[in-house]
Design a binder for this molecule. Structure first.
Ligand code: ZN
Length: 301
């Protein structure tokens, strides 16, 4: 097996009880729920529960977690984005009268996916910015760019000082593959700046077992800037002809030439990266994936 750096204590979440999930009170009627690998949030209003996403990894446990907190029904479901790992259990929450809110682009993705587990939203909006009051709780839904998937939302609860930004980053850990599967890498970099413009104390980001803080956003931003600095320096210094010659790529194989060159760029960028092991977990796991995504973006965007 490949050897990975052990997960440091600072990145470990709470032990997950036998029931398979853990709930954390975030104040102001808001709760964080995780099963260890995936997480989300919900808010209790005067009439019911507003839930963000319904992951198949949580499945029925999501409803059990809500029932642990309140007997009120789920009245609203907000889709953060269209990906099935976050909303593929929405059919379990769906019942007559449930309002499902999403950006119009998310609705279009779901339509195309023809997936019974992801019911279509009942209310969509086209704008970049939408504010709604749901039974006395204010939600700001912002689509600032394709930082993860087109239609992805920042879900801000100003009174609770809470932010939901699913698949934006992982508190205390390096980003997943290719900067969290970003649909548009420059937008991913911008998203960290945009997040820090909101007023919040807690951020829920969709994976693993820890909610984060603005400081965690800033740390992720600093880490990805180091990725970009290293990738840029490697792009400047690794020569395509030299890389091809060193790998003995035949002169007529231009695709192989590009592949060998980018691999050399990534290898050089990895050497240039400062050590982050004391500040983030898992920096070794997706380092080359993230450098590859960053280097291609610096090269072509
Ligand atoms: Zn996603």
């Amino acid at each position: 097996m490949t050897e990975f750096t052990p997960v440091p204590d600072f990145a470990l979440g709470p032990d997950i009880p036998e029931a398979g999930y853990a709930v954390k009170d975030l104040g102001g009627g808001a709760y964080f729920v995780t099963q260890g690998m995936i997480n989300t949030m919900f808010v209790v209003t005067k009439n019911g529960v507003v839930l963000v996403d319904a992951s198949p990894f949580l499945g029925d446990k999501l409803l059990a977690a809500i029932e642990e907190v309140t007997p009120k029904p789920v009245t609203h479901l907000i889709y953060s984005h269209a990906h099935a790992d976050h909303i593929g259990a929405a059919h379990l929450v769906n019942r007559n009268g449930l309002k499902i809110i999403a950006h119009e682009i998310t609705g279009d993705f779901i339509k195309e996916s023809k997936d019974d587990r992801r019911p279509l939203p009942t209310e969509t909006f086209k704008s970049r910015h939408k504010e709604i009051d749901i039974d006395g709780v204010r939600f700001v839904l912002d689509y600032t760019g394709d930082w993860h998937q087109a239609g992805n939302l920042f879900i801000h609860l100003p009174e609770q000082k809470l932010m939901g930004a699913m698949d934006s980053f992982t508190p205390k850990s390096a980003p997943f593959f290719r900067l969290y599967f970003s649909a548009h890498v420059p937008a991913y970099f911008d998203a960290m700046d945009q997040l820090l413009e909101y007023d919040f104390d807690t951020i829920v980001t969709g994976h693993m077992a820890l909610p984060g803080t603005p400081e965690d956003v800033a740390t992720n931003r600093e880490f990805i800037h180091d990725l970009r600095t290293s990738a840029s320096e490697a792009l400047r210094t690794v020569d395509m002809k030299e890389a091809s010659a060193a790998a003995k790529v035949p002169a007529n194989n231009k695709q192989a030439e590009i592949k060998v060159w980018m691999d050399a760029v990534v290898a050089r960028a990895a050497e240039l990266m400062p050590s982050w092991d004391k500040r983030l977990a898992g920096t070794d796991i997706f380092l080359t994936d993230n450098l590859n995504a960053t280097a291609w973006s610096v090269f072509i965007d």
